[in-house]
Design a binder for this molecule. Structure first.
Ligand code: ATP
Length: 339
């Protein structure tokens, strides 16, 4: 699919297949086109080019309410003057169900989200997390094949958000409904998704499991957006250690060295003897403690390299000479790194 607003291409030739019951996140920075892609799937926007189908049925020209899917919005969009049960029963009623049938469907949906006793309350009498669950119940009451969720947890505080991530994932598994979930939070995407589509400038840069994307980022953008990494220009050493180029040398090849894979030893300390380990001499720039871990920044060959150790580390001082090293097997090489 592609979508242009004026001269701005918000979605560029995106192709995406979602398996039944799969949880796929659209992850990327602000403005990369996540919400636009979601709205195209939902039918709130029409595609310029491309098609959308579910189980072989073409939906491209259908209005949102005729697509076998539903959307959960960031602000929940509950009706304030209807009770929780009425909010959930609203969809089936509008779809032509009788009152008894709609009420029974609503009760089932509220049961699924753990709000069976809250049917008679009004949205304003519910907490943020509970309103979120009402919005979910309303979205699943018609048993859609696909649920689209646009940053549904972003209004919640951090602790509740973490709890809802687990709840939502469990609910999704129980329902067996495919989810497409928009987020700009990489930890959230990692924690919940079967696969993640990393988006940048209207394109999907990489589609894979969290582990695949973390271990083998396809581009420089993905390596920097997911997790933290040292990106070093290198030359391959024919199975031996990679040779790191200085910051001034151009290179078409970049090694992605995750912080946890960069080892830092005081100069002259015993080293591991693996012949495929790259070693560089440098000196400590700064040491920063980030709670449960410490980031150790080292200057070497004109680069600043960062290593991370668990806990609080006090053995290094700025200016101290050190050796940094990393093993060939822990490093992923990007051959043609685009900026
Ligand atoms: P965010 O995380 O900030 O919500 P996003 O990745 O969801 O960002 P989109 O909302 O899809 O991004 O927007 C993608 C680009 O398209 C942005 O540059 C945005 O300004 C532009 N855009 C989105 N909707 C419209 C519109 N209706 N008219 C014009 N431009 C639009």
């Amino acid at each position: 699919m592609s979508k242009t607003f004026g001269r701005h291409q918000a979605v560029r030739d995106v192709s995406l297949t979602i398996e039944p019951g799969e949880f796929v996140s659209l992850l990327g920075p602000s403005g990369c086109g996540k919400t636009t892609l979601l709205r195209l799937i939902a039918g709130f926007l029409s595609v310029d080019r491309g098609t959308i189908s579910i189980e072989g049925a073409d939906l491209t020209g259908l209005p949102p309410q005729r697509r076998p899917l539903n959307t959960v919005f960031q602000n929940y969009a509950l009706f304030p003057h209807l009770t929780v049960a009425e909010n959930v029963a609203y969809g089936p009623r509008r779809g032509g169900a009788g009152k008894a049938e709609a009420d029974s469907l609503a009760a089932d949906a509220l049961e699924l989200v753990g709000l069976v006793d809250f049917g008679n309350r009004y949205p304003r009498q519910m907490s943020g997390g509970q309103q979120q669950r009402v919005a979910l119940a309303r979205a699943i009451v018609n048993r859609p094949k696909l649920l689209l969720l646009d940053e549904p947890l972003s209004a919640l505080d951090l602790q509740l958000r973490k709890r809802m991530q687990i709840e939502l994932k469990q609910l999704q598994e129980k329902l067996g409904v495919a989810f497409v979930f928009v987020t700009h939070d990489q930890e959230e995407a990692m924690a919940m998704s079967d696969r993640i589509a990393v988006m940048n400038s209207g394109r999907i840069e990489q589609l894979g499991t969290g582990a695949e994307i973390y271990r083998r980022p396809a581009t420089r953008f993905v390596a920097e957006f997911i997790g933290e990494a040292n990106l070093l220009p290198v030359e391959d050493g024919d199975g031996g250690p990679l040779r790191v180029r200085s910051a001034k040398e151009e290179s078409g090849r970049v090694a992605v060295v995750r912080f946890e894979h960069l080892r830092i030893d005081p100069n002259g300390a015993a080293q591991d003897s693996d012949p495929a380990t790259t070693r560089l001499d440098g000196h400590i720039e700064t040491v920063t403690t980030i709670g449960g871990a410490t980031n150790i920044h080292v200057a070497a060959l004109g680069h600043t390299l960062t290593g991370r150790r668990l806990g609080i580390v006090e053995e290094f001082a700025p200016g101290q000479p050190v050796t940094v090293s990393f093993r060939r097997q822990d490093v992923h090489i990007i051959e043609d790194p685009r900026p």
